[in-house]
Design a protein around this ligand. Structure first.
Ligand code: GAR
Length: 188
């Protein structure tokens, strides 16, 4: 019996796609049971729909407080009794209360070698700093942005003629391999 994963997205959903694809393998220990998007226009919602995965839109603007928004997230998540909650391009910081409720079960992927370059524009920051390597990180989530214990990282070399676009592509390619691998390792 496969374990349940809930994936939270805000946009394109290419990492969501990579997890869904990996989970199709019969030996993969988990399946994506629910996709939550905090953005009604997220492309990733189509990926959930095309794969017949339950999906729900929970937008913060529909609630009069962050607490109420998170209460609704929690209400939806617990129905699926997930072994892991995977943030995949989910662009919100979760509260201490939320994080403590699912302690050790929320993970995130970020396109830099954390603790370097939290937040946005990670590739520009790595190139501007003259770094020789960039990469991606999977980490446990706490109530700070792109923080929390690091689970795994994968590096790429930054070429001398690297542009933000080429680096983004290289790192995203790594993300798509690393995230499903880490989920498998955590749940096996
Ligand atoms: C990915 O590059 C992911 O690492 C990043 O957003 C992108 C989402 O793409 N996440 C963060 O920056 C978290 N701070 P996707 O929607 O195609 O998976």
């Amino acid at each position: 019996m496969k374990k349940n994963i809930v994936v939270l997205i805000s946009g394109r959903g290419s990492n969501l796609q990579s997890i869904i694809s990996a989970a199709k393998d019969k030996d993969y220990p988990a399946a994506v049971s629910l996709v939550i998007s905090d953005n009604s226009k997220a492309q990733g919602l189509y990926i959930a729909k095309n794969n017949s995965i339950d999906n729900v839109i929970i937008e913060k603007s529909s609630f009069d407080s962050n607490d109420k928004f998170e209460e609704d997230l929690i209400k939806n998540i617990i129905q699926y009794d997930p072994s892991l909650i995977c943030l995949a391009g989910f662009m919100k910081i979760l509260s201490k209360n939320f994080v403590e409720k699912f302690m050790g079960k929320i993970i995130n992927i970020h396109p830099s070698l954390l603790p370097k370059y939290k937040g946005l524009n990670t590739h520009q920051k790595a190139i501007n700093s003259g770094d020789k390597y960039s990469g991606c990180t999977v980490h446990y989530v706490n109530n700070k942005m792109d923080d929390g214990e690091i689970i795994a990282q994968q590096e790429v070399i930054i070429a001398t003629d690297e542009t933000v676009e080429t680096l983004k592509e290289k790192v995203l390619d790594l993300e798509h391999k690393l995230y499903p691998k880490v989920i498998k390792a955590l749940l096996s």
